[in-house]
Design a protein around this ligand. Structure first.
Ligand code: MLT
Length: 272
């Protein structure tokens, strides 16, 4: 599994949203790395991680061996992260995830709660998809495999990923995000959509987590709106809610200063 790592201090593992990769965390990373060892993996099939979970993508492409791909699931994505923690010899970390990364973070929490010292959930939700959402995901996965992702995926997603304030006032953020989406491999996009379609409800996992938990949500998020964040905070015994003005679904990209301001003191209070 490919990952980016920088900084020193509290081990903080941040899992990215769909359909981007670890680089979405860079604006926040630079604001935390004097306090935290920030580790951001590329989920399998996305960024530079291969679809078979074993190597970096370049090596996968050069290998003559047939590719064995696990059935798409957030549990498999979480197992990859656990394997990375083992490799880095990190028994416990503060774990964060944005949107899809939050689905994978709760899957990891279900599988190995003792590895999680604190939980940071950003613009994500604990509910399963509706039938319509699931069908849309499976159709998008089929289209990605058939046509590739160029053009349509970024066009379809951008208006929902970024809040109105960002879209109106910061066109450069939209441009950077488009490039990041366009850089994703179509097979990894399809795998991730199918994995998300299969994910379970995670309210039970949140209810049983007694560590510190922060739930951050952009007030302009229309994909996982503040109502979804409040439901998670209600389930978390030690959950606290932060709503960020002027941000949509991706506060680490849209509002990194405001996000760092709330995360820094919370992180400092956690004993890993
Ligand atoms: C994401 O940002 O990771 C996705 O929008 C999540 C989703 O499709 O549910």
């Amino acid at each position: 599994m490919h990952y980016i790592e920088s900084g020193a201090g509290t081990p903080l593992v941040l899992l990215h949203a769909f359909p981007v990769d670890a680089r979405m965390w860079n604006p926040l990373r630079v604001r935390l790395e004097d306090q935290a060892r920030v580790i951001t993996p590329d989920q399998r099939g996305l960024g530079e991680s291969s679809l078979d979970g074993s190597t970096a993508r370049g090596a996968q492409e050069e290998s003559a061996a047939p590719l064995t791909v696990d059935r798409p699931s957030v549990e498999v994505a979480a197992a990859d992260v656990l394997e990375l923690l083992d490799k880095l010899e990190l028994p416990r970390v503060v774990l964060g995830g944005c949107s899809m990364g939050g689905y994978v973070a709760t899957a990891l929490l279900r599988a190995a709660p003792h590895r999680v010292a604190g939980l940071l959930l950003v613009d994500t939700k604990a509910r399963v998809d509706t039938d319509e959402q699931r069908t849309n995901r499976l159709n998008a996965a089929t289209r990605a495999e058939r046509d590739g992702i160029s053009g349509w995926l970024a066009d379809n997603m951008l208006p929902n990923l970024l809040g109105a304030t960002t879209r109106e006032h910061r066109p450069e953020v939209a441009e950077e995000l488009t490039s990041l989406i366009e850089a994703q491999p179509a097979d990894g996009v399809a795998w991730a959509q199918r994995a998300m379609a299969e994910r379970p409800d995670s309210f039970d996992v949140l209810r049983s987590f007694d560590g510190p938990a922060m739930v951050v949500v952009g007030k302009e998020d229309t994909i996982t709106p503040p109502t979804a964040a409040r439901e998670m905070v209600d389930a978390l015994p030690r959950g606290e809610l932060v709503e960020l003005a002027g941000s949509g679904h991706l506060p680490p990209v849209e509002a990194p200063d405001a996000m760092a301001e709330v995360v820094r003191p919370w992180l400092a209070s956690i004993d890993v």
